[in-house]
Structures are given as structure tokens and as C-alpha cells.
Design a protein around this ligand. Structure first.
Ligand code: ZN
Length: 198
């Protein structure tokens, strides 16, 4: 039954495809958008289109970037044989902010979570394994210390152990469930420096 007319229904349908947006939120957003000044709606849609066009995944580490390779992967003075696995691009940014890590990253874009239906195939693990087939000295697992982060760390360690690559996990000084993004730089540096061999 089409209560709203096809244009509004189409907008509600598109919005409800976004993560975390149920049908009620989609309706609320749709009516909010309809009531915005034309100019603001144009700016919103243009920003979405531009971001989608320009932002892409780094072809090496999978972080979000504007180019084929992100600035870290492009940098020849980084240690490309040391790879730190993080859950998302925000975690990468948190480590870059402390400015003491000289290796490169691998961004998973999520963590394994059976309760939310996120399995190993839903995060960038295949890309990680491809990279590990090359010349790698150390893999640092820096997923969050949440249940999902720990499950992901365990899964990766089982996958990587047989390769003989040195495998470490950041120290557990990072508070449980703590989003790396919100942890202060000293704690983050301590977690990195105190990483333990798996
Ligand atoms: Zn990269």
C-alpha cells in the first residue's frame, strides 16, 4: 500500500537501506529532507556524490583514501615489512597521530561478530592474506579489546601462525571495549610498545 505517493516512498526505501536505519527512522529522515530548503538538499546530495566518487579503498592496505595508494603505503621510508591490523580507518588515524609507528597498516573494516552476522568473509581478511604471501617480518594485531576485536584477533592468529610470520598483539592496557579512537596517545603508545608475542 502506497500511503505517501511514489516519490516519498522511493526516498524512504533508499534511506532504509542505510545501516542502522529502520523503516521508522527512514520515514523521519525522508520527511526531514522534504522540508529542507532546496539549496541544502542539493548540497547534501552533491557532497554524498563527490565523496563516493573520490574516496576509495587503498589498493594495498584497504584504508579509505582519495588515491590508488594511501599516503602511508606510498611512503618509501615506512617499514613495509611490518603490518599492523586495525579495525577501521579511524584506528589507523589514532596510531598515526602518535607519530611513532613506522610500519604500515591493514584495515579490516569491521570485526568478526557472529551475533551481528559478520563473518570472516565480511571483513578485509582475504586482502590481508594476499599481502602476507609477500615479504613480511611482523604482523601486529591491533583490533579493539572488545569481544568482537578479540574474536577477530584469535581468528587471524590461527590463520597466520602456520606462515611463521612474527605475530604480536597490542598490550591489554587498552581498556575493554575501548574504541582505539578515544584512547589517549600515551596509552596507545604503551599498548604498541608493550605488544606481546602470540
Ligand atoms: Zn594504504
Amino acid at each position: 500500500m502506497d500511503y505517501y505517493g511514489s516519490q516519498i516512498s522511493a526516498l524512504i526505501e533508499e534511506l532504509s537501506k542505510l545501516p542502522g536505519i529502520g523503516s521508522k527512522s527512514a520515514q523521519r529522515l525522508a520527511f526531514h529532507i522534504i522540508n529542507l530548503p532546496q539549496e541544502q538538499v542539493e548540497k547534501l546530495s552533491a557532497t554524498i556524490i563527490e565523496a563516493r566518487k573520490k574516496v576509495r579503498y587503498c589498493s594495498c592496505c584497504c584504508t579509505l583514501t582519495d588515491d590508488e595508494l594511501c599516503p602511508v603505503c606510498k611512503n618509501p621510508s615506512r617499514n613495509h615489512k611490518q603490518i599492523m591490523v586495525v579495525e577501521n580507518s579511524r584506528d589507523l588515524a589514532a596510531y598515526e597521530k602518535i607519530g611513532r609507528y613506522e610500519g604500515v597498516y591493514h584495515v579490516l573494516h569491521g570485526a568478526i561478530s557472529p551475533s551481528r552476522g559478520i563473518g570472516p568473509a565480511d571483513i578485509r581478511l582475504k586482502e590481508l592474506m594476499t599481502r602476507l604471501a609477500g615479504d613480511v617480518d611482523e604482523l601486529i594485531i591491533a583490533t579493539n579489546s572488545s569481544l568482537e576485536g578479540e574474536a577477530t584477533a584469535m581468528y587471524i592468529s590461527k590463520l597466520v601462525k602456520p606462515t611463521g610470520i612474527r605475530l604480536t598483539r597490542i598490550a591489554s592496557g587498552v581498556p575493554v571495549g575501548g574504541d582505539l579512537e578515544y584512547i589517549d596517545e600515551v596509552t596507545l603508545l604503551r599498548a604498541l610498545e608493550g605488544r606481546v608475542l602470540l
